[in-house]
Design a binder for this molecule. Structure first.
Ligand code: BDP
Length: 559
């Protein structure tokens, strides 16, 4: 599915801005214009905006409504695109249901042709409840949402909403496959359209045409490769008699060996962070200013990568990652599959075959959405599933086999169970380990970090003969809190703990990188260990540095 674009054949109309919203009953259908709506911003999370606690904590359905009109041209096709709605939704136009969304982190893209009138009422009935039939998973208990994952379960329309027009016989999809062939790079372009006559051309960064073809397989001479140091991007222009689409792409090759991750044939070390789409007031809403600020800070840190923990991020973020040269570990929204504590989470009445089917579908949707981004160097299939459970092994074996049948890209997942009890590390190409030595493990003790971490990573690497990446480590830190000697929650402790972790990695064979948890402080559900959210950020939620940022900036400059 292509991102909407505007040119001489296509148009995009934004529906962002102020919408009306209200809480509605279970069986609500927006047949007629609703009354009693209050203003709400789109994109944004309502939980960060409202002042009424009941609305903030509401578990169930919410109506969002917007009236719009524009000059409809009879020769055009029209579609609606909602970047993301958390979590499920039913979409109505002028009282008629036109489709639904099944997950909070993917676009909902629906046909509007034939439904549009002079004035239109777009109603989105959001259901924010999580269950074992959704991803991430959760459970409604006594009317309240229970979750085990550690980020706030925001409700809202979180990404851009637009109506876009398409010509008849539009170009429906483009996939650019790059194949290294001596000094040339062969491109194989897969296009979905009803048009037979298609022309391809490639423009370099300066806009010069460097290749043209009528066939879908052709060469680019002496290509400039994409990498974090040189994030070179080309534009492929696909033209038919009635349509044109410009698809940005980059040429790069990824491989995994027993000890290394190779980008364009060279070993690369991942320096970076796990992140969240999270900001004050906007919540999970896509805000361009915040996105660009985040990338400026990542560059300032000398980072070269991040993981989209724990769900796919907005397309705008993926575009910026291509441009800024950030390698992305692109994660499916499979979180919450551990720490249920009472009994196994992989069970008939919990994470089961139905969850797996959804998981497969979402993997397909992720690859479909992100396939042309050179920044994506690996897909992550889950965060911290209970991989000490036998049924989890069976489940992950299935999802890994499925994903491998769909892509050649390296696959991974983040695991957090102690060496010796893990049952799933035979599956990924790279073993991502989330470890909190000096925090959850060795509370207040940074002396234990170096040896414990080194030993566990070495064991993992030797047993599975795969590269290992420390995908989460860190400690909660209240910005501005200091102590000498260092104590937990102070900036000194965070720097010390992260330094000990990093030094262990310098001495660990097969270690291909470090992702600090987290880029910035973020909102979570309330809990005894969360004072105003998770404070493991290198930056505050307002995006100002804590002391550890200066340590990492210096370390990563040299690394
Ligand atoms: C890890 C989770 C992450 C949490 C982190 C923490 O993957 O989502 O936020 O722990 O506790 O286990 O800070």
């Amino acid at each position: 599915m292509l991102y909407p674009q505007s040119n001489e054949f296509r148009d995009v109309i934004s529906l962002n801005g102020i919408w009306g919203y209200k809480i509605v009953d279970e069986d609500f259908v927006p047949r007629t214009k609703s009354t009693g709506l209050s203003p709400m911003a789109v994109p944004a999370s309502l939980n960060e905006i409202v002042t009424d606690k009941r609305i903030c904590n509401h578990c169930g359905k919410v109506l969002y409504e917007k009236i719009f009109s524009f000059p409809v041209r009879s020769e055009m096709r029209y579609r609606l695109r909602i970047g993301a709605v958390s979590h499920k939704c039913e979409v109505y136009l002028n009282g008629k249901k036109i489709g639904e969304g099944i997950n909070g982190f993917f676009p909902v893209d629906l046909e509007l042709t034939g439904y549009l009138q002079r004035e239109n009422r777009l109603s989105i009935v959001i259901d924010n409840r999580l269950s074992f039939d959704t991803l991430p998973v959760g459970e409604v208990r006594g009317g309240k949402q229970f979750i085990t994952f550690d980020f706030y379960n925001f409700t809202g329309i979180h990404r851009d909403v637009m109506v876009y027009s398409l010509p008849q016989n539009a170009i429906e999809d483009i996939a650019v496959e790059t194949i290294v062939d001596g000094d040339y790079e062969k491109l194989r372009v897969h296009v979905r359209t009803d048009c037979k006559k298609i022309r391809f051309s490639v423009r370099d960064k300066e806009g010069n045409v460097i290749a043209e073809s009528k066939e879908n397989v052709f060469s680019v001479r002496n290509p400039k490769l994409w990498s974090p140091a040189h994030p070179y991007l080309y534009t492929l222009v696909v033209e038919t008699e009635t349509d044109r689409y410009e698809q940005r792409f980059g040429i790069r090759k990824v491989e995994v060996t027993e000890n290394a991750f190779l980008l364009n044939g060279q070993p690369v070390y991942f320096k970076g962070v796990g992140m969240h789409e999270d900001f004050c007031v906007s919540g999970k809403g896509n805000v361009s200013a915040v996105n660009v600020r985040n990338f400026e800070l990542l560059k300032w840190l000398n980072a070269n990568s991040f993981r989209t923990s724990h769900y796919p991020y907005s397309e705008e973020i993926m575009d910026l990652a291509d441009e800024y040269g950030m390698m992305v570990i692109d994660e499916v929204p499979a979180a919450g599959m551990s720490y249920w504590r009472d009994r196994e989470v992989f069970a008939e009445d919990r994470v089961n075959g139905k969850t797996l089917e959804l998981h497969k579908k979402l993997f397909d949707m992720l690859v479909d959405r992100d396939k042309n981004h050179p920044c994506v160097v690996m897909y992550s299939l889950a965060n911290e599933p209970a991989c000490n459970e036998d049924k989890c092994r069976e489940y992950l074996e299935e999802i890994f086999a499925y994903a491998r049948s769909k892509t050649d890209m390296p696959l991974t997942f983040a695991e957090d169970v102690k060496y010796g009890t893990e049952k799933c590390c035979h599956l990924p190409d790279v073993i991502m380990m989330n470890r909190y030595y000096g925090w959850y493990d060795g509370v207040g003790d940074t002396d234990c970090v170096r040896e414990s971490l080194k030993q566990e990573m070495r064991q993992m690497h030797l047993r599975y003969r795969k590269p290992v990446l420390l995908s989460e480590f860190g400690c909660d830190t209240v910005a501005g809190m200091h102590s000498c000697p260092s104590e937990m929650f102070t900036e000194e402790y965070q720097t010390e703990c992260i330094r000990e972790n990093c030094q262990a990695l310098d001495e660990t064979e097969g270690c291909i990188g470090e992702h600090v948890w987290n880029f910035a402080d973020f909102k979570t559900k309330q809990g005894l260990t969360r004072v105003g959210g998770n404070k493991k950020g290198i930056f505050t939620r307002e995006r100002q540095p804590k002391s550890v940022a200066f340590y990492l900036r210096e370390r990563w400059e040299k690394k």
